[in-house]
Ligand binder design. Structure first.
Ligand SMILES: C[S@@+](CC[C@H](N)C(=O)[O-])C[C@H]1O[C@@H](n2cnc3c(N)ncnc32)[C@H](O)[C@@H]1O
Length: 337
């Protein structure tokens, strides 16, 4: 039932988008600005924005889901810090959306896994490499052990599990081996995206040889196991230009994807906390998405772009809508529902 409802949402959204009436395919709600980790490359925990209480958070979800969004992600900060996370996830699901979570996995344990398995279609755990590499990047020993334990608990409980890895100079050489030896037999899918912001500063850029080697590997993997590597081929090819600072701007902020910040502001893009189009609790979300001469929309035009799976990856669905959408639906639809 859910799959046909979803396919209808995707097709309707796509047709509306083509007709110039944006209906986002993907929404990301940063349910909290709090995080139990202080990852070196992450900006999100640095300015802690107050979060909405449950009732208002549910209203923010309703406002955005009513746009007809098929894919809805709960992220943060660390979403598992929110005690009402399950209530929020169930509300998203009640709108017929596929609901996912992006987590560092460290707070997921035996006590919580059943309710998480019940409420989420997909959980994406962040893992940037084998134990020493991941713990070093995340800055806290033991992070890898907790995250991998979370992966196996989720799998045991029938959840579709993906891993998101950020490609940086510190893990780029080990990523192929990590994916082959530690992910392929253990998770349902993998995503890789380059370390942001864009354009990258020189100390964040691996050598061009390292980048080519990673791309070669990822393209081979995508060819041999397309549904395992859950990002479009063109997205992988773009890593080279990204690290050279020459990436083309592919942007459908506020059109194909939107985000909600912890205090309920509607953001044009999950990647930029400053692109506030309105307030999900006070404004009409439909109106806020109409392009106008406002500071936020000017910032969207002035943005130099990015190369993230949740932005450019979504835009690329448009290049090959049938193929990419059926893959997305396959990835997001859990075995148990
Ligand atoms: C901001 S985190 C929030 C969710 C959760 N706390 C976690 O660590 O997965 C969402 C995703 O963004 C990724 N991420 C964080 N900083 C990034 C950066 N500078 N460039 C690319 N991805 C980044 C993380 O690795 C994670 O997979």
């Amino acid at each position: 039932m859910k799959t046909s409802q979803l396919a209808t949402k995707v097709v309707t959204g796509f047709l509306k988008f083509k007709a110039g009436r944006p209906t986002p395919l993907f929404a990301s709600y940063n349910v909290t600005g709090r995080c139990n980790m202080k990852c070196t490359f992450c900006e999100w925990w640095k300015n802690e924005i107050p979060e909405l209480p449950t009732k208002k958070a549910l209203a923010a979800i309703d406002a955005v889901c009513k746009l007809g969004v098929p894919f809805f992600d709960l992220s943060g900060g660390e979403p598992l810090l929110r005690k009402d996370l399950i209530v929020l996830a169930k509300r998203v699901a009640s709108h017929g959306c596929l609901v996912s979570m992006n987590t560092n996995g460290t707070l997921l344990n035996q006590n919580r896994v059943n309710e998480i398995a019940d409420a989420f279609d997909t959980v994406v755990v962040s893992l940037d490499g084998p134990k020493e590499v991941h713990d070093q990047i995340r800055g806290v020993p033991g992070t890898y052990d907790k995250a991998t334990k979370a992966v196996s608990l989720l799998k045991k409980n029938g959840v579709k599990v993906g891993v998101n890895s950020v490609a940086t100079p510190w893990n780029i050489d080990i990523l192929p081996q990590f994916i082959e030896e530690e992910l392929r037999s253990k998770v349902d899918f993998a995503q890789v995206q380059p370390m942001h912001p864009y354009p990258p500063s020189p100390e964040n850029v691996p050598s061009s040889k390292q980048v080519s080697k990673l791309i070669d590997y990822l393209l081979k993997l995508k060819h041999s196991d397309p549904s395992f590597l859950a990002v479009p081929t063109e997205f992988l090819k773009g890593f080279e230009q990204f690290f050279k600072g020459k990436t083309p701007k592919i942007c459908h902020a506020g059109e194909l994807y939107v985000a909600i910040n912890p205090e309920g502001k509607l953001l044009a893009c999950p990647a930029r906390s400053d692109l506030m189009l309105g307030d999900t609790l006070c404004d009409s979300v439909d109106n806020a998405l109409k392009k106008q001469d406002s500071e936020a929309w000017r910032k969207v035009s002035a943005c130099k772009g990015c190369w993230l799976e949740c932005t450019v990856g979504v835009s690329m669905v448009l290049k090959n809508p049938l193929k990419e959408t059926s893959q997305l639906l396959g990835l997001w639809t859990s075995h148990k529902k």
